[in-house]
Design a protein around this ligand. Structure first.
Ligand code: FPP
Length: 251
């Protein structure tokens, strides 16, 4: 893979990756936009905007590496409790981002998908999400999965409700409930579990992100604030992942 083309040849830094062991799916908790802005005495909204810029570089690198799925935690079910003006500015940024990036993403064969309960999102954001999904639906490259009004617990609650209503309707029995069935009712039904989770900004917690799907995922934490995270950091995380031994509870 032509990673060098992206970063330029460097003697000091090794960007080589084992192409036999590239994760299919990486999930990212993009944290630290607010602190990045505070450090520069800027409003938090500009931190989120800078976060959007960082995302562009990471998507580009992920596509070159040949990643199949990149899931990004853009807005959680808990983020609604932030001050109203911050929530509005994030919603507005998401609309703008999708409007601005749709063509380029499509040109790069990226397919946009989402997880989370979109029904609570502002109408214009729902419309923009539908537009970009429709535009990119036949693309075969990187799938960028945006978690929007997403919470791992909320996803499980919604899945259990769907399963129970099928039982009540007589279409299923409780004996059929197993891990595979539950997984098939999650928002990620069609998506493999992430092999690697990245969280930026020095926080080491899950914050209700993909709690079912991350059971055997490798975690990689960095102190870097999300707006400073670049494609080369993604490569570094994958290099670290490639040096790990995954045992899945076995010896
Ligand atoms: C965390 O920073 C980030 C979020 C709450 C999510 C919003 C992320 C973006 C808008 C990035 C761009 C994404 C897209 C799809 C355009 P924080 O506010 O929690 O930072 P802090 O912990 O330093 O306060």
């Amino acid at each position: 893979m032509d990673i060098m083309k992206l970063f330029g040849k460097s003697k000091e830094v090794d960007y080589s990756l084992d192409s036999e062991n590239i994760p299919q799916h990486i999930a990212i908790i993009m944290d630290g936009n607010g602190r990045w802005a505070k450090k520069r005495q800027l409003p938090r909204s500009l931190g989120h905007r800078a976060g959007g810029e960082a995302l562009r570089d990471v998507i580009e690198t992920a596509a070159v590496i040949g990643l199949k799925y990149l899931t990004i935690y853009a807005f959680s079910t808990e983020n609604w409790s932030r001050p109203q003006d911050e929530v509005s500015s994030i919603m507005q940024l998401l609309v703008e981002y999708l409007k601005k990036e749709a063509k380029e993403l499509h040109k790069n064969n990226v397919k946009i998908i989402t997880i989370g309960d979109l029904s609570r999102l502002p109408r214009d954001l729902q419309q923009e999400v539908e537009k970009v999904k429709e535009l990119t639906k036949d693309n075969t490259g990187l799938r960028v999965n945006i978690a929007l009004n997403y919470g791992g617990r909320d996803e499980l609650v919604r899945a259990f409700k769907k399963i129970s209503s099928e039982i009540v309707a007589g279409n299923r029995t409780t004996d059929e409930i197993n891990e595979e069935l539950i997984a098939n009712y999650l928002d990620t039904a069609e998506i493999p579990e992430p092999e690697l989770l990245i969280r930026t900004s020095g926080e080491c917690r899950l914050s209700n992100f993909m709690i079912w799907q991350l059971s055997y995922t490798e975690f990689w934490f960095t102190d870097c604030y999300w707006p400073d995270f670049k494609g080369k950091d993604l490569v570094e995380a994958i290099q670290d992942y490639q040096n790990r031994e995954r045992r899945f509870g076995k010896v």
